[in-house]
Design a protein around this ligand. Structure first.
Ligand SMILES: Nc1ncnc2c1ncn2[C@@H]1O[C@H](COP(=O)(O)OP(=O)(O)OP(=O)(O)O)[C@@H](O)[C@H]1O
Length: 300
């Protein structure tokens, strides 16, 4: 019977996906479901199994991996007429998508939660022809974050990104962009440009304070190039300020579509998509409203 397909990326995070895949199968079958396990050997396998689950009309895909794996799964389902609902067991390092959806990060608890989740329809984003579920980023800060190596990532988790991000504020490189936001074109010099579909950014669950996962909008944040002190102040204000004070150091807007051109060649020529390397400039990003159903705990 084609009921639940469990897809596990054994290389993500602390590398315990295979054990948890087995536990997930047992707990689902104890609750009357029927589950098969597929262990992936590469990113291509994630796409291949996702498409198989869609074409064979499985009810549910349980995916074990980090943000990169979950994104690959979502992209793999782009051209399918039917998309199974997905449950995420977050075995990655940052797990921003799972955090944004209020999914349990503790894997022992997440496995036990599996039979009690309810489907929630969420938006996705499309960057060129690639689907993302969390964030597209570019600028000096994300560029240095790519340099976080696997060992640091496993040892420090999200802190590794923060450390690299703060160090990057000191960099002299500059990124000049032409942004076409819902057909309004402007040029900006930015250290950081984030385009998200949820309220959450690299584990900060309330970064885009007014955003929700099914509001049909892209949420855009740009950190303008000013003095180091001003930039630290601007970003701290943005994150910690609950009242919306005027913040001249940031560009912030909601939109349906954004086209990004890189005007100087000083920095990296590609964007990051859900924390992994994405397409090169120019990129076009749009929102895909109600793209997929994700199983989440009841919202409190
Ligand atoms: N055996 C494998 N199966 C699937 N993907 C694999 C495998 N080995 C390496 N990869 C690569 O792993 C990447 C996805 O890893 P993922 O981002 O899910 O884990 P992570 O980096 O630990 O988590 P996070 O993104 O949450 O920090 C993909 O880019 C894929 O190409």
């Amino acid at each position: 019977m084609k009921d639940v397909m469990i897809i596990a990326n054994p290389s993500s995070g602390q590398k315990q996906a295979e054990d948890y895949a087995q536990q997930a199968k047992e707990i689902l079958e104890a609750n009357g479901r029927f589950a098969t396990i597929n262990i992936t050997e590469s990113g291509d396998d994630v796409v291949k199994f996702a498409q198989e689950a869609a074409r064979e009309t499985y009810n549910t895909i349980v995916i074990l991996g980090g943000d990169g794996t979950v994104s690959l799964l979502a992209s793999g389902l782009k051209d399918e007429d039917y998309r199974p609902e997905i449950a995420i067991l977050p075995t990655g390092t940052v797990n921003n998508v799972a955090r944004a959806l209020n999914i349990e990060i503790n894997l022992d608890k997440a496995v036990k939660d599996l039979p009690n989740l309810t489907p929630q329809s969420i938006d996705a984003g499309l960057v060129n022809d690639q689907v993302f579920l969390s964030l597209v980023s570019t600028g000096t800060i994300p560029e240095s974050v790519f340099e976080v190596n696997e060992e640091e990532k496993e040892r420090l988790g999200p802190v590794a990104y923060l450390v690299e991000g703060i160090q990057a504020l000191n960099e002299q490189k500059s990124y000049r962009f032409s942004l076409n936001i819902d057909n309004k074109v402007d040029e900006f010099e930015l250290d950081l440009l984030l385009i998200g579909v949820s309220s959450s950014v690299v584990g900060l669950t309330n970064f885009f304070k007014d955003a929700s996962y099914n509001d049909g909008k892209l949420h855009i944040f740009g950190l303008k190039k000013t003095t180091l002190g001003d930039r630290v102040g601007s970003i701290a204000n943005w994150i910690f300020d609950t009242e919306k004070v005027q913040n001249n150091g940031v560009l912030t807007v909601d939109a349906k579509n954004i086209k990004i051109e890189l005007l100087n060649q000083d920095g990296s020529t590609h964007v990051a998509v859900d924390g992994d390397k994405g397409p090169s400039f120019p990129v076009e990003i749009s929102v895909l409203p109600n793209y997929i159903n994700v199983l989440t705990p009841e919202q409190k």
